[in-house]
Write a protein that binds this ligand. Structure first.
Ligand SMILES: [Zn+2]
Length: 345
């Protein structure tokens, strides 16, 4: 659990499902516990929205919840908050408009399902508001009122808007591909999907999404404290993906979306890809040459997912990474190695 991460999807505060009393106990968690669980797995920043603003279904108090978010955000470097917009309440537009000026506010969170409105009906008003305020949008997706494809006419009509669809693989109709297929209908690249999902534990889902969309359209989200943040992060950290894909998902895409609100990049411990090789023998040669010069490296092997998926012989790939400060020297080691093998031929 070493890779640093930004969690774009967290919550805090009292949870009222009304039909599941045990979950109401387990999921009602204060911000301190949300933070310490994140810290345990090297999540440097969590973007939270108040559960009071979205629960219970059809009877939440978004304005009181947003006030709670304001109280906990302060200038805490580990926390940003989403201002929850319930477009069925006019006063909520005013409050969210104000909150978007707060230095710890990341943007607008939507929850059509809990607030009981159809995105097709309210989308125009919401997207116009978001564009006016240059605000990043995140929405629950996959349930009644919030099917991923329902957002796309609006993201196409408002190409300046930026939207994260939450919950990769969540589909009330039982499918797994709805978020991915919706993103493929976008005429702009300004829509992302987050990984917070009970479905993400399915082997293949995250890897397939990367194959279909590219890793730059996927951001890490955990849905903490409703889901185990440690297991959601492990799902990405140990995915059958290249290190650069994992980095895109866990850090770089979120940092891009948050702009100046993003924490300083993890440069001190940051390794960068040196090369990718296709056999263990080749990897060993490179690693030995690096060791000889006292250059530390990490290597990360995986079987390219597309091959597994389509039943071909898996294509092995091994990423070798070095610390950024050693990159130049490591490249020259690599060049020497190539020259030597060219001479040998
Ligand atoms: Zn959530």
């Amino acid at each position: 659990m070493k890779m640093p991460a930004i969690d774009m999807h967290g919550h805090f505060g009292p949870c009222v499902t009304e039909d599941n009393p045990l979950c109401d106990v387990w999921w009602s968690r204060g911000i301190d516990l949300v933070k310490s669980r994140a810290r345990d797995v090297n999540i440097r920043l969590t973007v939270v929205s108040p559960l009071r603003s979205i629960m219970p279904e059809g009877a939440s108090d978004p304005i009181a919840g947003n006030e709670e978010a304001l109280n906990i955000a302060g200038d805490d470097p580990e926390i940003l908050f989403w201002a929850v917009l319930d477009p069925t309440k006019a006063a909520c537009f005013d409050q969210v408009g104000e909150l978007l000026n707060h230095p710890r506010c990341a943007g607008i969170k939507l929850h059509p399902h809990w607030h009981r409105y159809e995105i097709a009906d309210k989308g125009d008003e919401i997207f116009r508001f978001a564009v006016e305020h240059s605000a990043l949008l995140m929405s629950h997706s996959g349930d009644r009122y919030s099917f991923p494809e329902s957002f796309i006419p609006f993201t196409n009509e408002y190409p300046e808007a930026r939207l994260i669809l939450a919950h990769l693989g969540n589909d009330a109709d039982g499918g797994l591909e709805r978020q991915v297929r919706a993103l493929q209908q976008c005429v702009t690249p300004n829509v992302w999907v987050d990984t917070s999902s009970a479905k993400s534990v399915y082997v293949g889902l995250v890897e397939w999404a990367v194959e279909e969309l590219g890793s730059d359209r996927i951001v890490f989200g955990s849905d903490t404290p409703l889901y185990s943040v440690a297991s959601q992060k492990a799902r990405i950290e140990f995915a059958e993906l290249s290190l650069s894909d994992k980095r895109n998902i866990l850090w770089d895409n979120a940092a891009f979306l948050l702009g100046e609100l993003a924490p300083e990049g993890p440069t001190d411990e940051r390794t960068v890809p040196l090369c990718t090789v296709e056999s263990d023998v080749e990897a060993q040669l490179v690693q030995d040459a690096l060791s000889e010069r006292d250059i530390s490296y990490t290597s990360d092997s995986f079987d390219a997912f597309s091959s597994i998926y389509f039943g071909k012989t898996p294509k092995r790939r091994i990423d070798i990474c070095v610390f950024e400060r050693d990159l130049e020297q490591a490249r020259s080691v690599l060049r020497e190695l190539r020259d030597k093998s060219a001479e040998g031929r």
